[in-house]
Design a binder for this molecule. Structure first.
Ligand code: ZN
Length: 433
């Protein structure tokens, strides 16, 4: 007897190879959505490869010939089809259709509660836990005379397909590559503080930077501070060059882009927010690369394109992610994310930094400047802080300088004197390696 709950045994490569062999004209959208069986299955503890094998059976290997449903319905398991030729449940995206199928299988195989919000319209019709084994999905083989389908040996047909998938030899290298590209190691430290619990309907992935240059202000430190309720601004993920921390469930809204007041359509209740750490110990470009991989993984999970990938700037015109903006890296960020979505394992940065090393010792005298000051020294400071360079020390420069002073543990008085200039120059040195 084969248990429905558990970890998928077949790889994405094996499932893709199987469907290409059985249906050479298979739609590209089907090839693209196959990883969803694994991620959605893992989310509820259901074997995604069993769900995929079931979809192959129900859709005639995604030819949809002789099937009641069409590809565009995103219903890959005949949910709600109780008579031949009948069209029933449709889902907005492949991700939602696959999630519904996984949830329906979970209803048959387990008595546990769902982890994700229920999208399966027929979940409550199932006599919970009546078919823990694939074989028992067939009503004729089920001792309680219940199950998914009435046709004889329904479960065995699924198992036969699964065995064919598993018999496909995959090269070790390809398997390893796939594993690396599909799942990042995400450490969960979920907080329920300073957020909108249960009120998020994700439609965008939004990128931020912490703007926190203090030593040790890495992903773990931010995640810990958030968990303890010490951060007024909250997000779903923190990324540095060592690790990725998830700090909020996707169903909870962060306090991240509220400054936009919804003016640009991106809000705290429709976004998943990712923050990139800029602390001195972090290899910044590596952290950015991890953020691109994470964004790719999330976009794929939801079945979205990079049109859903946004900056905090897009939600409110705030200068965030500040360094990405300052270095003109956003187009590259989007391009690299798209490449990761297509399964690339490493994508090199193309936006280059031209640097020169000054060996000459230069002595410069900077004036003490503050709100109301004007001139070149103000422009220099503005460029270093990453605010608009206009040589006019106004509100933005004042706010940004105070934040900087606070980060480097100076008195946040908005006055740029000897101590602050020294720290500003140290910071520039540390960040232009
Ligand atoms: Zn931000």
């Amino acid at each position: 007897m084969l248990k429905i709950m558990g970890k998928s045994q077949a790889s994405i490569e094996q499932m893709r190879a199987y469907i290409r062999k059985m249906n050479p004209k298979v739609s590209d959208s089907v090839i693209k959505m196959i990883p969803l069986y694994i991620t959605e299955g893992a989310a509820e503890g259901v074997r995604g490869d069993i769900a995929f094998a079931q979809s192959c059976l129900e859709t005639g290997n995604f030819t949809f010939s002789g099937s009641a449903v069409t590809l565009s319905q995103n219903n890959f398991c005949g949910l709600g089809v109780t008579k031949t030729g009948m069209r029933d449940n449709s889902f907005k995206t492949p991700a939602e259709g696959i999630r519904a199928q996984i949830q329906h299988l979970q209803a048959y195989a387990s008595m546990d509660r769902l982890k994700n919000r229920c999208v399966d319209p027929r979940y409550t019709y199932v006599n919970r836990g009546c078919a823990p084994y694939v074989e028992w999905l067939g009503i004729q083989e089920n001792p309680k005379w219940q199950g998914w389908a009435s046709g004889r040996n329904y479960g065995q047909k699924i198992i036969n397909i699964l065995n064919s998938i598993l018999s496909i030899k995959a090269s070790k290298k390809a398997l390893k590559t796939e594993k690396e590209s599909v799942t990042m190691n995400i450490i969960k430290m979920i907080s329920k503080k300073n957020c909108y619990i249960g009120q998020n309907k994700p439609a965008y992935i939004v990128i931020h930077e912490t703007d926190n240059w203090s030593k040790g202000a890495d992903a773990k430190a931010h995640a810990t501070a958030m968990k303890n309720g010490n951060l007024a601004g909250t997000v779903h993920y923190y990324v540095d060059s060592k690790s990725v921390y998830q700090t909020l469930d996707h169903s909870d809204g962060a306090w991240a882009v509220g400054d936009g007041k919804g003016k640009y359509g991106i809000t705290n209740r429709n976004s998943i927010n990712i923050e990139i750490c800029v602390n001195p110990e972090t290899d910044y470009y590596k952290a950015v690369d991890y953020a691109e991989q994470l964004a790719a993984q999330l976009l794929k999970q939801y079945g979205w394109g990079t049109d859903r990938l946004k900056r905090h700037y897009d939600a409110s015109r705030k200068n965030c992610p500040r360094r990405i903006q300052a270095e003109g890296r956003w187009p590259e960020f989007v391009k690299k994310t798209a490449a990761y979505m297509k399964g690339a394992t490493t994508v090199k940065n193309t936006t280059t930094k031209n640097t020169i090393t000054l060996t000459e010792k230069i002595e410069v005298q900077f004036p003490v400047i503050q709100r109301g000051s004007k001139g070149t020294a103000v422009s220099v400071l503005q460029a270093m802080l990453g605010v608009k360079v206009d040589g006019d020390f106004g509100n933005d420069t004042d706010t940004s300088l105070k934040a900087f002073q606070k980060n480097v543990k100076l008195t946040a008085d908005g006055i740029c004197g000897k101590d602050t200039w020294t720290k500003v120059i140290e910071h520039v040195k540390a960040n232009t390696k």
